[in-house]
Design a protein around this ligand. Structure first.
Ligand code: IPE
Ligand code: IPE
Ligand code: MG
Length: 253
């Protein structure tokens, strides 16, 4: 039983945290987690799904409105076919098997990324998950799957160029807002906090437009080990940051 003092300390710390409206997560380090244990990389991906479920519960617990997770990049096609198939099957199973639970927990799921070229049954599952959860008002969970930031911007550019060419919009109306409306994240706030596990300090083509002013937090934890203490650590680092957006912030006051 936790004593009263410990509980009240935990509550105070909880209250001191600034909760981001939108968290992006680059779930990296599955392969190295497995290697360290002498297990196949696929086992790391399997445990990665368990960690993803933990993250979803944590976002709910701490009241984070939006979370976007990077689960397969358009560059990950460079991996061996067997690993790619394993990851695809895992994600397919995750959305199918956990759909009811996500729906019961009022989670709205969107899948961001290129759909064409994906297996037809996977495309159907994605459409079903999005349709089933579309009106849910709880956590907004975005799964970036077969996603690349540069190609997202190329697609947005193409669709705007087509509208300009057809005379539907004026060149003068091309703006940051218009481009944002054509991204997968249309209508959502930009990430405030980007967490990358696995120790590498790079963006790897994840939400490159949307992360323009995100606070970047890099953790050494391998993704399958990610838990509440890592989540809270990232929130604490975020809470201590001063976001200036090009202005002077507190230092200039
Ligand atoms: C992240 O873990 C999952 C995907 C990219 C699909 P990795 O598979 O990249 O694991 P490491 O980086 O090799 O350890
Ligand atoms: C980023 O991890 C993609 C995902 C986590 C899905 P990678 O492992 O693909 O990134 P790099 O290749 O190390 O930059
Ligand atoms: Mg990696």
């Amino acid at each position: 039983m936790p004593n009263e003092q410990a509980v009240s300390r935990a509550v105070t710390e909880f209250e001191a945290l600034r909760i981001p409206t939108h968290i992006g997560v680059i779930m990296d380090g599955n392969g190295r987690w497995a290697k360290q244990r002498g297990r196949p990389r696929t086992e790391g991906h399997r445990q990665g799904i368990v960690a993803l479920k933990r993250l979803i519960r944590l976002c709910d617990k701490y009241g984070v409105p939006y979370v976007t997770v990077f689960s397969f990049s358009s560059e990950n096609w460079a991996r061996p076919k067997t690993e790619i198939e394993f990851i695809f099957n895992l994600l397919h199973k995750f959305v199918e098997a956990d759909l009811n639970e996500l729906h019961q927990n009022n989670v709205r799921v969107r899948v961001l990324g290129e759909r064409e070229g994906l297996d037809v049954s996977l495309q159907r599952t994605i459409a079903r998950v999005e349709a089933t959860t579309a009106r849910n008002t709880g956590l907004k969970l975005n799964v970036a799957f077969n996603y690349g930031g540069k190609s997202e911007i190329v697609e947005a550019t193409r669709s705007i160029a087509a509208d300009v060419k057809a005379g539907r919009i004026d060149l003068a109306d091309v703006s940051e807002d218009l481009i944002e409306q054509r991204l997968y994240t249309s209508g959502m706030p930009a990430p405030d906090l980007l967490i990358r596990t696995g120790g590498d300090q790079r963006i790897s083509n994840f939400l490159i437009w949307q992360n323009a002013y995100a606070e970047l937090v890099f953790l050494d934890t391998w993704w399958p080990d990610f838990g509440e203490s890592d989540f809270v650590e990232a929130l604490q680092i975020y809470s201590a940051r001063e976001r200036r957006f090009g202005g002077l912030g507190g230092a200039g006051a």
